[in-house]
Each structure stands twice: as C-alpha cells, then as structure tokens.
Design a protein around this ligand. Structure first.
Ligand code: SF4
Length: 363
C-alpha cells in the first residue's frame, strides 16, 4: 500500500512520454477538454474490439453521427449499418437507445457520475466508470481487459479474474491505486501499458516502468496471470441459407431485435439437425420460417465464421419457390430487394459475403 503513490507516479511519468495519440483522447499535459460523446463512442466500440480495428470505424462513425443529437435522431437501421463489421450488435442498439434517452429525456446532457451513467441502456459498471473518469474527470477507477491483466500481474493475483472474489479484488486494487484528480490519465495509462507493454503473451518486463513494483515479474508468474477459466471446446454448427429470386429481386428477412445479430437482415435458412441433408434442412427451415415450399438449386458458396461461443459453416443455395407466398412467421420483416440495394440493409459478416457474391464482388 505504501508504494502505491510511487507506483502511480511512475506510471503517469511513462504515460506522459508514451500515450497513444488516439482521436478521442486528450493527450497528457493538454488543456483541451474531452468531448464526452467522442469518448463514449470509443468506449462502446472498444468493448471486445482492438484499438487498431476501432480507429477506422470511429472516423466513419463521427462523420456520420458527429454529435449525440445526430445519433439520437438517426434510425436504428442507419446505426446498425454504420456498425456493420464490428460485431456484437447489441452494443450499437443499446448505444443508440442510450443516446435517445439522453437527448429526449435528459435534455441532451450526458450524466456525469458513474451511478447516473450506469442507468443508461447498455452502460455497465466498466463503461460507466470509464466515462465518468475519461469524459468528466471524476475520481473513478475502472477495469477493462488490459487493466485487469496489468493489475493481476502487478499484485500476482491468483484468484480467477472473472470470479466474484477475483473481480472484487481487482476493483479494490484499481480504486486503491487511483491518484485523486488524475483518473483520466491514470486509467488510460493502465490501458496503454496493457496494450503496449504488458501484453497477454509476451510482456516486455525489461521495458516496463512498473517492473520494480511487479510481483509477477519477480516471481516469474506473468503468463499465469490473470488466472483465466479453462476454455471450453467451441461447438460447431452447420447452417444453410437460401437465395430466393423473383423478378430480379432477392428475398431477405430481418431477424428479431433480441438475440444474436438482432435486427440485422439475412438470407433465410437455419441450422442443420442431426441426420438431415443440407437441402432437407433448407426445405424444412423455409417452410417453418416463411410458410413456403421450395426447390433447392445450385450451391452459392460455403462460408465460415466464428462467433464468441460457437463457429458455423454456412452453405448457401439458390432456391425456387414452388408454392406459397413468403410470410414473416419468425422474422421481424421480409423484403424483396434488388441485389444493388443489398448494401443499404445492415447484415452480419456471412450474409454480407453472400450479398457481395450476388453483386459479383466475390469478396
Ligand atoms: Fe506486466 Fe512485466 Fe510490467 Fe509486470 S513488469 S506489469 S508483468 S510488463
């Protein structure tokens, strides 16, 4: 505990020299004030996604929705389209709902405190604390993946990082270390140290400004910290999708708002059941989902994708309607669209690949 102020000071000195110049960030030593909306955009995008990937999305997003007001006034479909490719779409939907709440119920003023921020849709303990500290300078510690790793190593925490006891210990350490009045720089310094020096597989301890304080480095336990749960085998699903064409248009369906890829558009289809052939699966799924009988025609490609908890191999086929008029029995909505219009409909990665194939892009 006695070394905590010294540790914080060493980290802040390093940050003054090594802070990453990120477009939403006020650099150490600058008198500029952060744009709370820009910080919020970055924090939502950075959940589950690396800084390098986020930067291009962030620039496009800020061009399209430069203010919280612009985001609140956009349609959900526009928001999902701008988010397309970042995955975890509930982040975008919740962010949009939260922006609307701030704009239309709270007079356009973002709340400043962690407790108030946490009452907004999709804003959990981490994001609320990060926004309070980074956007409003409140004395709040926070805990993202990078910070968790750095603290677990500095203090050689042998509790599983995601267990209630492990979380409690790490939040406590983060709070104890926080130098009053420097929360924005301090939290960002921990994040940058985790991203650049104390990396998951090859921490660069010899270059680390905190090495003399670091228990894991002294004990050689860096790679065992944080203690992570054993990875379970990832299930693999075989999935089918149908491209049904009529008069030059193709049929797409909008998924229900809740759940995986909520409110995104897709080519209808579903998961192959045990003992079922690919065409049998498509015929069954389209009867259940759309109330139609189809003939399964030519294959239109095989696509692979890994989600967080499972992987899929998707087989697409051209299908021809034999009887029935498609109805949205399970989808939110159906649309017959020209292939050239497909880019206007937000989709997940695999469906976008099929759409590109239809457009002749084959990417
Ligand atoms: Fe991480 Fe090594 Fe620095 Fe410890 S000394 S914080 S393990 S980089």
């Amino acid at each position: 505990m006695d070394a905590f102020p010294e540790l914080a000071a060493a980290l802040l000195r390093w940050y003054e020299q090594s802070a990453r110049p990120l477009p939403w960030r006020v650099m150490p030593g600058s008198d500029a004030q952060p744009d709370p909306y820009a910080v919020w955009v970055s924090e939502v995008m950075l959940q589950q996604t690396r800084v390098e990937t986020v930067q291009a999305y962030y620039a496009r997003w800020m061009e399209r929705f430069p203010t919280l007001q612009a985001l609140a006034q956009a349609s959900e479909q526009d928001v999902l389209q701008a988010w397309e490719g970042l995955g975890y779409y509930s982040r975008a939907r919740n962010f949009w709902k939260a922006a609307r709440k701030v704009q239309f119920e709270l007079g356009g003023q973002m709340p400043h405190t962690r407790a108030e921020l946490q009452r907004l849709p999709g804003v959990g303990a981490y994001t609320a604390a990060a926004l309070a500290a980074l956007a409003f300078g409140q004395d709040e510690a926070t805990l993202d993946g990078n910070i968790r790793r750095v603290l677990a190593r500095l203090f050689d925490v042998d509790l599983p990082a995601r267990s209630p006891q492990g979380e409690k210990r790490l939040w406590q350490l983060a709070a104890d270390l926080l130098p009053k009045g420097r929360a924005a720089d301090f939290n960002q310094a921990l994040m940058d140290l985790g991203a650049q020096v104390c990396t998951p597989q090859s921490p660069r301890c010899l270059l680390c400004p905190l090495q003399r304080f670091c228990l894991a480095s002294q004990r050689g336990t860096q790679l065992q910290r944080p203690v992570l749960p054993q990875r379970k085998p990832v299930p693999h699903l075989t999935v089918t999708a149908a491209v049904i064409e009529r008069a030059g248009r193709v049929l797409i369906a909008r998924r229900p708002p809740e759940g995986l890829l909520g409110s995104l558009w897709e080519f209808p289809g579903g998961t192959v059941e045990a003992g079922e052939s690919l065409p049998d699966c498509l015929r069954r799924e389209l009867q259940e989902e759309l109330g139609v009988i189809v003939e399964v025609g030519d294959p239109l490609g095989v696509y692979h994708h890994a989600y967080t908890h499972f992987r899929i191999t998707l087989h697409a086929f051209a299908c021809h309607l034999l009887s029935g008029e498609p109805q949205a029995l399970e989808a939110e909505a159906l649309a017959w669209v020209l292939p050239a219009e497909l880019p206007n409909f937000p989709m997940g990665k695999v469906d976008r690949q099929i759409a590109r194939r239809l457009l002749g892009g084959q990417r």
